[in-house]
Design a protein around this ligand. Structure first.
Ligand code: HEC
Ligand code: HEC
Length: 296
């Protein structure tokens, strides 16, 4: 991703004003969400399904402490190190002063209140497919969480990755709102698809990337290099994963594999989140995995 982002950044800088018009950050105005009533229970489920705490809770936080969104988790990439910001309700350190539309815009469009593009280390490219009512409810749920005064730390990125303007071009090429599989009217599969492809952003880790650094829908969930540069993330299509639906549900809620191995690495916090969802949702995710095209 990073070599390509470097290229985009240079193109965007070189093309100056012209490319700024093409890649102007999108926003979701107050008027678009004005008629939507927030439902806190729905927002809490969306929060867990979307794994916000995996990145925004303090490093190593467990249980209730995962609701203190102080930030500070770091993500090493070849471009440098990203640091998750404080998104607690603190008025200065966090997002306590943001309007609901500004929060929804960050999550669905990857645009900051000041009109800058966010880096895709924040997986808004997947969240873009989420239902507006879920994200409005999620924003309302965030408003009920505690304040934390820890200031957000800056990312540690070298040139040209420290320039955000190229991200606009990347968004216009690589972010797609098309669903990957056809659920043919099956409600369970449609729910599973929503949880995996949109909120759960499972493809951000499990799907390899194309030359333009979008997710490769022809090798969907077929495994990918770990963005940290160490090791790989497994293929979870039926071409590699022969677990039953019950095996998958058990893994996603307890962390145990059918051979009594235990989940590790970045999947650990995904399991902590999914364990908080209704069982029907986890079953829908497992059903979806059985329906994706197998890749060997
Ligand atoms: C994989 C890690 C990851 C996940 C999951 C994630 N974020 Fe983030 N988030 C980030 C990073 C990294 C940034 C900083 C992006 C940048 O600076 O361009 C960020 C930025 C943000 C910002 C902007 C904060 C600011 O000060 O400008 C908000 C708001 C936010 N995330 C909310 C959320 C919510 C809500 C969720 C769950 C729906 C979520 N994030 C899930 C990593 C993540
Ligand atoms: C932040 C990256 C990341 C995200 C996001 C992610 N995974 Fe994973 N996943 C991993 C890693 C790493 C492993 C390997 C875990 C291990 O080695 O113990 C894994 C393993 C798995 C496995 C077991 C595969 C096997 O053969 O052992 C399943 C099933 C799975 N993930 C499902 C999901 C689902 C469902 C989602 C979305 C809700 C998801 N993953 C999101 C990183 C991720």
């Amino acid at each position: 991703m990073l070599r390509f982002l470097a290229y985009l950044t240079l193109v965007a800088v070189a093309a100056g004003g012209a490319s700024l018009i093409v890649t102007r950050p999108q926003t979701i105005p107050d008027s678009a969400i004005a008629g939507i009533e927030a439902d806190l229970a729905r927002g809490e489920q969306a929060f867990h399904a979307a794994g916000c705490a995996s990145c925004h809770a303090a490093k190593g936080a467990e249980g209730e402490a995962r609701l203190i969104l102080a930030g500070g988790a770091t993500f090493e990439t070849p471009a440098g190190t990203f640091v998750a910001p404080n998104i607690s309700q603190h008025p200065e350190a966090g997002i306590g002063e943001w309007s609901r539309a500004e929060i929804v815009t960050a999550i669905l469009a990857g645009t900051s209140p000041g009109g800058a593009h966010y880096y895709p280390a924040f997986p808004y490219g997947s969240y873009a497919k989420a239902e507006l009512a879920d994200i409005v409810s999620l924003a309302a749920f965030l408003e009920t969480l505690p304040e934390d005064p820890t200031p957000s730390a800056p990312h540690d990125l070298g040139f040209p990755f420290n320039i955000r303007v190229g991200i606009g071009l990347w968004k216009s090429i690589a972010v797609s709102n098309d669903w990957v599989i056809d659920t043919r009217g099956d409600e369970t599969l449609a729910r599973g698809r929503y949880l995996v492809e949109a909120l759960g952003h499972c493809g951000e880790c499990h799907t390899p990337r194309t030359a333009t650094q979008g997710l490769d829908s022809t090798r969907w969930l077929a495994g990918a290099p770990n963005p940290s540069g160490r090791g790989t993330i497994p293929n979870i299509t039926p071409g590699a994963l022969d677990w039953t639906v019950d095996d998958i549900v058990a893994y996603l809620t307890t962390g145990f594999t059918p051979d009594f191995d235990v989940v590790g690495g970045s999947m650990t916090s995904v399991v902590q989140n999914l364990a908080l969802l209704p069982e029907a949702d986890v079953r829908a995710i497992a059903a979806y995995f059985k329906a994706v095209p197998p890749v060997e």
